[in-house]
Design a protein around this ligand. Structure first.
Ligand code: AMP
Length: 447
């Protein structure tokens, strides 16, 4: 199966080839022909399946067929996403795949100034990628117009509902033309999503890919509670006491990853960083250094690590927890492949308690908490710590597809295990909503 056979235009095929995409993912193979034929789609797929390209490519193809008049033009496609991060990521993908087409892509999200967004809208937009709340603001001010929308995409619909965006989504749906194509992607299909589809979609075709939320059973997961300000020191401590050759470290921001790589270098550890600000060539160069053993540590953001062919690694460290729980799976998917032993360590600050909870809910298992002596945090890790709205899509738990208990954390209470950090450590004990309350996961109650 190739992209050519799916019926995509030469301009899109060229962009895909330049991006080194050779084979469509299952969701792309299923969704693209149906979407190109004009059907409404209900796509059951989560991050990491290639769903963004599955809706972006047909959308771009449809819009590119008709060259819009020059000058200020109104958006003809609208993609709604739950978070600013996803909006930026989707817009980047649209720009990448649409690089040989002359279509404008603009993002609109909360937490940023209205002014520049208004300017962009005024200048003319073909594709609008927006979070629902901020789009409502623009609609109320009359700065965004949706009366020419031909294609509407609801990306991560379940997450948008989890975040309380249903009323905003309904208002938006009532502002777009009835004659349109609607593509809805969601990891789960709760009743609310089905109701939304029934009300707002026309005879939608269903495409589904099986959940990839499985983690190798051979991976040992551990969380090390630590203050945010001491994470770097703890990372250096861990790295200098171990002899693991290749370590992948995940950071939250581009800037943070760069700085961390520099600080590791200063501490005498060979490190390179890859992130979205670097070109594909620069990222590949950094990856090659890492693969060739010239750099021991690769520091990466989630976005940068995707799409890169990173080999199987013995150790992955989360310097920062991912804002979206699924990204934990993607990160950890770099280790423990094909029966090899793998280890996943997460440095967790008190501010990240809510993120830890989100991950544990998704994995349906609690991570072994392992406080390393000398690095105990000044406050306990509370799982009920709120997650910032922008970027912290907090799922209301329990309704993810029942990814089989993805792994068993291999530690018993107090188990220091063959893979444990070599240094001395202390385990706390206790009860309640403190993640640090128990060391073993098999018997732990999830808060
Ligand atoms: P998504 O599920 O849309 O977030 O995509 C996950 C990752 O897979 C992104 O980094 C994409 O760039 C990458 N990707 C999507 N489709 C393909 C493909 N057909 N071949 C290679 N990489 C892909």
């Amino acid at each position: 199966m190739t992209f050519e056979t799916l019926g995509l235009s030469p301009a899109l095929l060229r962009a895909l080839a330049e991006n080194n995409y050779t084979t469509p993912t299952p969701i792309q193979a299923e969704a693209i022909p149906l979407a190109l034929a004009g059907h409404d789609l209900l796509g059951g797929a989560q991050t990491g399946t290639g769903k963004t390209a599955a809706f972006s490519l047909p959308l771009l193809q449809r819009l590119s067929k008709l060259t819009p008049p020059n000058g200020a033009r109104k958006p003809r496609a609208l993609v709604l996403t739950p978070t600013r991060e996803l909006a930026v990521q989707v817009a980047d993908s649209l720009k990448t795949y649409g690089r040989h087409l002359r279509l404008n892509v603009t993002t609109i999200y909360g937490g940023a100034g209205m002014g520049p967004q208004m300017d962009n809208l005024r200048r003319g937009v073909d594709i609008l990628v927006a979070t629902p709340g901020r789009l409502i603001d623009h609609l109320e001010r009359g700065t965004a117009k949706l009366d020419e929308i031909e294609v509407l995409v609801l990306d991560e619909a379940d997450r948008m509902l989890d975040m309380g965006f249903l009323p905003a989504i309904k208002r938006i749906l009532n502002r777009v033309p009835k004659e349109r194509q609607t593509l809805l992607f969601s990891a789960t299909f709760e009743d609310q999503i089905k109701a939304l589809a029934l009300e707002f979609m026309r005879n939608p075709q269903q495409v589904q890919v099986t959940a990839k939320n499985t983690i190798a059973e051979t991976i040992v997961h551990r969380a090390h509670p630590v203050d945010g300000s001491r994470k770097r020191d703890l990372l250096i401590d861990i790295l200098s006491k171990r002899h693991t050759d290749q370590v992948l470290v995940f950071g939250k921001t581009k800037h943070g990853c760069n700085r961390l790589a520099e600080q590791l270098e200063t501490a005498g550890l060979k490190a390179v960083a890859i992130h979205g600000n670097k070109s594909q060539a620069q990222r590949q160069k950094a990856l090659n250094l890492f693969k060739a053993g010239k750099a021991r540590v690769l520091v990466a953001t989630d976005v940068a690590a995707r799409g890169l062919d990173i080999p199987n690694l013995p150790l992955v460290i989360n310097h920062d927890l991912p804002m979206v729980a699924e990204d934990y799976i993607h990160r950890i998917g770099r280790t423990g492949r094909a029966g090899a032993q793998g280890e996943a360590l997460s440095l967790v600050s008190p501010e990240e308690g809510g993120l830890l909870r989100q991950i544990q809910r998704m994995l349906k298992v609690d991570l072994v908490m392992d406080t390393i002596e000398g690095f105990a945090p000044s406050k306990p890790i509370r799982l009920d710590t709120p997650i910032p709205k922008n970027g912290g899509g907090q799922r209301q738990g329990g309704h993810r597809p029942p990814s089989k208990p993805a792994h068993r954390a291999h530690g018993k209470p107090g188990d220091r295990g063959a893979h444990a950090h070599a240094g001395p450590k202390q385990h706390r004990s206790g009860q309640g909503a403190y993640a640090g309350a128990y060391a073993g996961s098999r018997r732990g109650t999830r808060a």
